[in-house]
Ligand binder design. Structure first.
Ligand code: PMP
Length: 288
C-alpha cells in the first residue's frame, strides 16, 4: 500500500501528518469516500465536485485543480495495486498554532488512501439490515450544515455508538424537528404505493453521490421519486426500504424500530435498483 500526501507516496507506516494539523486538533478539514470497481473510479468527478463545495463552505482554499486531484486519486490506486476497493481522500487545514483560528495554517494537506473494503458481510445484503432510531439528532444546518462532508463526524459517531450498544449496525438520525434526516453514513429511501420517497437534503443529510445515482436510476426505470419530509411512521409502514452510500452501496432494510418491513426480506424493487446500480459502477466514472 502506498499513501499519497501532497504529491509524494509513503509506505503505510511512514505516512504521517503533523500533530499540529488542525484536521487532527479540531476536525478542521473535509473528506470523500469513493469506490473503485474494475479499474473504474465510480463517479469520481461528482465526488471531487462535492469536495470543492465542502472546501468552499468551510473557506478552505485548495491549491490543486480538480484534474490534479483526480490524477492523484488514480495514481494512488495504481501505486497501491487497487482496482476494486475504497478510496479515502482527506483535505486538512494543515499545521498551525494551537489556537482555533485557521489563519496560522498555510499548507493544506491532501491525503489519499486506497484500500480494500467490506462494510457488511455478504449475508447482510441477502437478508437485509435491522436498524433503530437514535436519540442523537443530526447536526442542524444552522450549526454545521450536514451537506459539508467535514472531518467532524462525532455527531454521527455518537448515534453509531448508541446503535451498536443496542446490538444494531446502523441508526436513523432525525433532524431537530423530528423528521428523518439520514443514517450515520447513508441516505434513506422508502417505497410506498409504487413511489420511492427520500427526504430532501434540507431535512439534514449529506448530498449523497449514491443518492443521486438512485434518483437517476428511478427516472430510467420509470419509478416516480418524491423528495419530501419523512417521519418515522413513514419508515415503519414502508413497503420496502433501503440505504445508499459509497461504502454500503444499496442495502435493503428489513426492520425499523422493531417493526418488520414488508415480509422481513429485502424487496423486489430494492433488488432492481441494486442490479441497475451494479451495471453502472464499472461504467460511470474515471478509468485508471
Ligand atoms: N450520509 C452520510 C452522513 C455519509 O457519511 C455518507 C457517506 N458515507 C452518505 C450519507 C452517503 O453518501 P455517498 O453516497 O456520497 O457515499
Amino acid at each position: 500500500m502506498k499513501i499519497y500526501i501532497n504529491g509524494k507516496f509513503y509506505g503505510r507506516d511512514e505516512a504521517k501528518v503533523s500533530v499540529f494539523d488542525h484536521g487532527f486538533l479540531y476536525g478542521d478539514g473535509i473528506f470523500e469516500g469513493i469506490r473503485v470497481y474494475g479499474s473504474n473510479v465510480f463517479e469520481l468527478d461528482e465526488h471531487l465536485k462535492r469536495l470543492e463545495y465542502s472546501a468552499k463552505a468551510i473557506m478552505l482554499e485548495m491549491p490543486w485543480t480538480r484534474q490534479e486531484v483526480s490524477d492523484a486519486v488514480c495514481e494512488t490506486c495504481r501505486q497501491s495495486g487497487v482496482t476494486d476497493g475504497y478510496i479515502r481522500l482527506i483535505v486538512t487545514r494543515g499545521a498551525g498554532a494551537l489556537g482555533l483560528s485557521p489563519k496560522t495554517c498555510h499548507d493544506p494537506q491532501l491525503i489519499i488512501i486506497a484500500d480494500q473494503i467490506q462494510l457488511y458481510a455478504p449475508e447482510v445484503y441477502e437478508n437485509g439490515l435491522k436498524i433503530i432510531t437514535s436519540a442523537t439528532r443530526r447536526n442542524s444546518p444552522a450549526a454545521l450544515p450536514p451537506m459539508v462532508k467535514s472531518l467532524n463526524y462525532l455527531n454521527n459517531i455518537l448515534a453509531k455508538i448508541e446503535a451498536s450498544n443496542l446490538g444494531y449496525q446502523e441508526a436513523i438520525m432525525l433532524n431537530n424537528e423530528g423528521y428523518v434526516a439520514e443514517c450515520t453514513g447513508d441516505n434513506i429511501f422508502v417505497l410506498q404505493g409504487g413511489k420511492l420517497y427520500t427526504p430532501p437534503v434540507s431535512s439534514g443529510s449529506l448530498t449523497g453521490i449514491t443518492r443521486q445515482v438512485v434518483v437517476n436510476i428511478a427516472a430510467e426505470l420509470g419509478v416516480p421519486l418524491v423528495e419530501t419530509a419523512l417521519t418515522r411512521y413513514d419508515l415503519w409502514v414502508a413497503e420496502e426500504m433501503f440505504l445508499t452510500g459509497s461504502a454500503a452501496e444499496i442495502i435493503g432494510v428489513v426492520e425499523v424500530d422493531h417493526r418488520k418491513i414488508s415480509n422481513g426480506k429485502p424487496g423486489p424493487v430494492t433488488g432492481k435498483f441494486l442490479q441497475a446500480f451494479r451495471e453502472r459502477v464499472t461504467r460511470d466514472g474515471t478509468k485508471l
